[in-house]
Every structure is written in C-alpha cells, then in structure tokens.
Write a protein that binds this ligand. Structure first.
Ligand code: SF4
Length: 371
C-alpha cells in the first residue's frame, strides 16, 4: 500500500536501529505521547530492539482512556432515558465508568449505538425526529474537527433533537503537566502525527523553548517511529532541542487551517479534567456559548454524580508513564481485554491492551525489529 509498505521495510528499520545504537552514548528516556505509537512500537518490537539505549515510556494519548468516568456515567444515565439514542465511537462503548460501560447500559435495555462518524449521528437525528440523539464526543484535536462539523451541521439543519456530550481534550497542556511533575523522567517526546496534522508543529515551539526537550513528530509505521527516536537521540547527544517533523508526508508546519477553523467555530479552550491526570489548565474543549443548545447537559440538565467506584486500577500511573502495564498486579490476571478493570485495557490505543496483545512477543530485548 502506497505510503505504508515502504515505511515497513525491515532492512531499513534494522539499519535505523543500528544507527541509533551507535549514536547513543547513554540510555535516553523518551515518551511516545500517543497510544497508536505505543501499539506500533510494541507490535514491531522497537522498544525491545533499543532497550539498552532508549527507554520508551508510554504517554497519555489514548483518547478513551482519559475520558472522565463522570462523563461516561452521564452518557450511561442519559442512555437509559426512553426517548434517547446514545451514539459514540466503538471503543468508547466498552470503557467502564463508575457504574459500568455504555455496553452494560445497552445490555440493560438502553438504546446505545456505535457510529463510524459523528455525521452518522446527525443523519440519525434527521431520520428519527421523535427520538433525542446524543453523540458522545471524545478524543484529541484529531477527532474534534469532525465533531465540530457535526454540531455545525446540526445547527445549519436547525435540528432540535441532536445534542452532544463533549469530552474533547488537548494534547499539549497534558505534555506540559507531565514536564512540570517533580518526578518527571522524560527527556524527549515522540509527538503524535495525527494531532499535529491538525495543529501543525509550530504549536510545539513554545513548549520546546520552555522545557528544553526535543520533540519529534512521528507517524505510526516502524520507520516513522524509528526516525523520530533517532531524531531525539541526535538532539540529546548534541545537547540541543527543537521540533522536528518526521512525518512530513502528512504534517505541515501550520497544520490544517480548515480543521482548525472548524474547531474554533464550535469550541473554546478551557480548564478541565482528564481521567487519571486530574484538572488540566487549558486542557479541554467545550461547546461555544452560541451552540450551547446542543450541549446534552443543557438539554437534559446536570444529573446527580454517581459515587466513585474505587478499584486499584493503576491507569493513572500507566498514563503518566510512571509504571509499565505489567507492573500493575491485575495485568493479565483479573484485568484482561474481555474483563477490563480500566480504560487502558479496553481501548485499541490503550497501553495495557498493547502489552497484553503483544505479550507473546514480550520476551523484550531479544526480538528483532519486524513488521
Ligand atoms: S492492567 Fe488493568 S487494572 Fe492494571 S492499570 Fe491496566 S487497565 Fe488498570
């Protein structure tokens, strides 16, 4: 497949591994921000192949993992209303809140439906004028333009039976939070290429200047990831820091202006909660006041919060790179993809799911890079 297969070339990958190993004079600690990168690194054995010169720790960029349990609870409670059809992306349906997941709600009779696009939810609202259609909007700057498009479309169509639970988050403020932590160990970042496709890389200039860490924007194929790691190692060895675009076939300096405009038309930036990371300054997007009539909390009122369901899932430590999933005592025993205790075991971008999925390959350190 054009622009994919050539980034899975085993011989080139091995030469990049050799190059990184030759350049590194010590073991550097890098964080890949996005769960898609985590899966790419583990699936291809890159973490193992470089283990003695680069420690890769896994960041918070799994969209459903950081969606607050309270928002899932709200979605579940609204889904149980007779008139409501609750829609969202597939991964989001399985993530547990404080009283189960949306799939649990569905199994108890709620009308919960998976959609592939927020625009499908708008079309459903047109087809079902006597039902109230709610779209549960989650994710980073990557998905925000499409949910913005949906709410703007609903506005244009003057729909009165469409609303959204908006739980969008922004990546850069979370990276700032991690760098400010007293126990931070991150020396360089692999930034998520799909987010940067929207935001552009210039958005990282202030971050690099303020925290003096290299940032390499990468894609998700083995060569993309290895090029990003090599760039970080080159900068760290030379004692310099900058933003490097290692995903040039998609990412441009100023990003996608149309997507940015959509986000700005629909949302404003404010402080808000991330699951596992707490309240993050300028860390979330919410509907602009002129679109408030599409905010499900406005349409249905704020519901009574459910009591916090305490378990000792260590998602917070996993999402901040403080532990690796196998260090959680539930990993692979009481927490499995079919019976997840926490969001990182549910999501196709979750770090716990990645470790579990590639467990047979996790004789880490002995396996060559392969695709
Ligand atoms: S293995 Fe399960 S319980 Fe442990 S941190 Fe991951 S999701 Fe939570």
């Amino acid at each position: 497949m054009k622009l994919v297969d050539e980034f899975r070339d085993v011989a080139l990958a091995q030469s990049l591994v050799d190059d990184i190993r030759q350049r590194a004079t010590r073991r550097w600690v890098l964080m890949e921000v996005c769960g898609g990168q985590t899966h790419g690194l583990l699936r291809n054995g890159i973490d193992a192949a470089l283990a003695d010169v680069v420690e890769l720790i896994h960041g918070p960029g799994c969209p459903v993992c950081v969606t607050p349990a309270e928002d899932i609870d709200l979605a579940c409670q609204l889904a149980h209303r007779q008139e409501v059809i609750l829609t969202s992306f597939g991964d989001m349906l399985r993530v547990p809140g404080n009283a189960g997941s949306l799939l649990d709600a569905k199994s108890h009779g709620a009308d919960v439906r998976m959609v592939y696009s927020p625009l499908d939810a708008v079309a459903l609202a047109q087809r079902e004028p006597y039902r109230k259609i709610i779209f549960f909007a989650v994710g980073f700057e990557t998905t925000a333009p499409t949910t913005a498009l949906a709410v703007l479309q609903a506005d244009r169509l003057v729909l009165t039976n469409f609303s959204m639970i908006v739980s969008h988050v922004r990546v850069l403020p979370a990276m700032e939070l991690l760098m400010r932590a007293s126990d931070n160990r991150v020396q360089g970042f692999l930034a998520a290429g799909h987010v940067c496709t929207v935001t552009g890389i210039a958005a990282y200039d202030d971050f690099v200047r303020d925290f003096q860490v290299p940032v390499a924007v990468t894609g998700f194929e083995p060569l993309d990831l290895l090029l990003g790691i090599r760039e970080c190692v080159i900068q760290l060895e030379a004692g310099r820091t900058s933003v490097a675009n290692c995903y040039g076939r998609t990412v441009q300096s100023l990003g996608n202006a149309d997507a940015q405009r959509l986000i700005e038309r629909a949302y404003y930036i404010t402080d808000g909660p991330w699951r596992g990371l707490g309240n993050i300054v300028r860390g979330v997007l919410r509907l602009r006041p002129e679109l408030k009539r599409f905010d499900a909390t406005e349409c249905f009122g704020v519901l009574e919060p459910l009591p916090c369901c305490a378990n000792d899932c260590r998602a917070s430590d996993v999402l901040t790179g403080r532990i690796k999933p196998p260090e959680c005592r539930h990993f692979g025993t009481t927490c499995l993809p079919v019976t997840p205790l926490g969001a990182p075991m549910v999501s196709s971008e979750g770090a716990c799911a990645a470790y579990h999925r590639y467990a047979s390959q996790t004789d880490r350190g002995s396996r060559p890079v392969s695709s």
